[in-house]
Ligand binder design. Structure first.
Ligand SMILES: Nc1nc2c(ncn2[C@@H]2O[C@H](COP(=O)(O)OP(=O)(O)OP(=O)(O)O)[C@@H](O)[C@H]2O)c(=O)[nH]1
Ligand SMILES: [Mg+2]
Length: 406
């Protein structure tokens, strides 16, 4: 089946007034996860519908930056281009050794959201009408933070975590602290991470579509079937051209069928891993340092140069309304100040913050939700049913044995 056909079959309800969208942030200790959430929230401030901002942590985003000790959430309702989203960030403690235990707490959190839906559906099965207002708490996207400085290829730990998480959620790789990289390092890291994920280790992160050579244009989601195999670290399916095959297939869909989703997926594959810079905070207040408009370079020219570098058909990256958003208010920008210059979180020449925001909240939001409910939740449900059947069968067996003995 063509990519475009599958997506159109799953078209979401246009009547829906507000859509829940939940983003989990995962990565090594100190990789910049909490700073990223703070930057995102600060940037979104003007879009937040008043009175909807909530944190389950103890004002985790308001005081000065602390190491994250336990999972907490930050939620808000935002409205952008007429689309309303109930957005939740799930911040997680940094991963350090021993990895297994920490990873298990993340997978338990993810699975418990699927379990919640399963339990709701089971209890409502007897009712005539299901509760249409049930809140969707599934993790729709999981941003995996990789620190660029000192990177020498994906470590065994990175591969293991990425593989385990990709069997449960849509994982999106992030290259954090991009301000610490030279332009050449930045480019090398992007290419290397993409090459390793798609071609060398074939890790089924978001965008990893299996292209079958035999039937051109056929595809299926790759690697989602071995989801519970937490110990499977067999990354030996090297295919140097795998990413090119995916891109060719998507380009086919885009040109033949004018498929907008295929175009959005090409944009995503072009950019990932998304490079990020979070704002520098004032030590005393925990608030972003003040950067005035005269300290920063004009963004308009840089956006144009970025567009020139892109393949024409995929180049509608940043629209004019987003250009103005590089300033969070009239004359202030988010960024980090160095002796030689100021780096800006929202300048597309400096990092991919705006592209990531657009991808998550607009171009890919519904695709990520569809993937989560139709692929990951369905996998979870099937596994639960199978294990329930197995339990039942073994109970019956032992009862039969007892009956035969007596
Ligand atoms: N240079 C630079 N430093 C950053 C950036 N983002 C965060 N930092 C710094 O990195 C340190 C750790 O940031 P956090 O946001 O607490 O990292 P974390 O991943 O949440 O840390 P844990 O919760 O302990 O796992 C802080 O000193 C931040 O100021 C960035 O984009 N660039
Ligand atoms: Mg943190």
């Amino acid at each position: 089946m063509l990519y475009s056909q599958k997506l159109s079959q799953n078209s979401y309800s246009k009547k829906e007034s507000i859509t829940s969208f939940n983003i989990m942030i995962v990565g090594a200790t100190g990789s910049g996860k909490t700073s990223f959430i703070r930057t995102f929230c600060e940037f979104l401030k003007q879009d937040i519908i008043q009175g909807t901002y909530k944190e389950t942590g103890n004002k985790a985003l308001k005081n000065s930056l602390q190491s994250t000790e336990e999972i907490y959430t930050t939620s808000m309702h935002i409205e952008e281009n007429g689309k309303r989203t109930a957005l939740t960030f799930i911040d997680t403690p940094g991963i350090s050794s021993p990895v297994i235990q920490q990873l298990q707490s993340l997978t338990s959190y993810i699975d418990s959201q699927y379990f919640r839906t399963l339990a709701e559906y089971t209890t409502q099965e007897s009712k005539l009408q299901r509760d249409a207002k049930a809140v969707d708490t599934h993790v729709h996207a999981c941003l995996y933070f990789i620190v660029g400085a000192g990177f020498q290829g994906l470590s065994e730990v990175d591969k293991f975590i990425l593989k385990v998480l990709s069997s449960r959620v849509n994982v999106i790789p992030i290259l954090s602290k991009a301000d610490t990289l030279t332009s050449a390092q930045h480019q090398w890291l992007k290419e290397t991470i993409k090459e390793e994920i798609f071609n060398i280790y074939r890790i089924p992160v978001y965008g990893h579509i299996q292209v079958e050579d035999s039937e051109e244009g056929e595809y299926s989601k790759d690697g989602k079937d071995d989801e519970n195999d937490i110990k499977d670290t067999n990354f030996d399916k090297k295919d140097e051209a795998h990413l090119s095959k995916i891109i060719n297939m998507l380009q086919d869909c885009m040109f033949k069928d004018m498929d907008e989703d295929a175009c959005a997926m090409l944009e995503y594959l072009h950019t990932m891993p998304f490079s990020m810079i979070s704002y520098e905070e004032n030590f005393e207040t925990g608030r972003p340092i003040e950067i005035r408009s005269h300290e920063i370079n004009g963004c308009q020219t840089s956006t144009e140069s970025l567009q020139e570098n892109y393949n024409d058909s995929v180049a509608k990256i940043i629209n004019s309304s987003e250009k103005t958003q590089t300033m969070i208010n009239h004359n202030q920008a988010l960024g980090r100040r160095y002796p030689w210059s100021v780096v800006e979180c929202c300048n597309p020449d400096h990092c991919d913050f705006l592209l990531l925001k657009r991808m998550l909240l607009s171009t890919h939001r519904d695709m990520l939700k569809i993937d989560t409910s139709e692929c990951f939740y369905e996998n979870y449900r099937t596994q639960q049913l199978i294990s329930h059947q197995k339990d039942k069968a073994s109970t019956m067996n032992s009862q039969l044995k007892k009956a035969n003995l007596s």
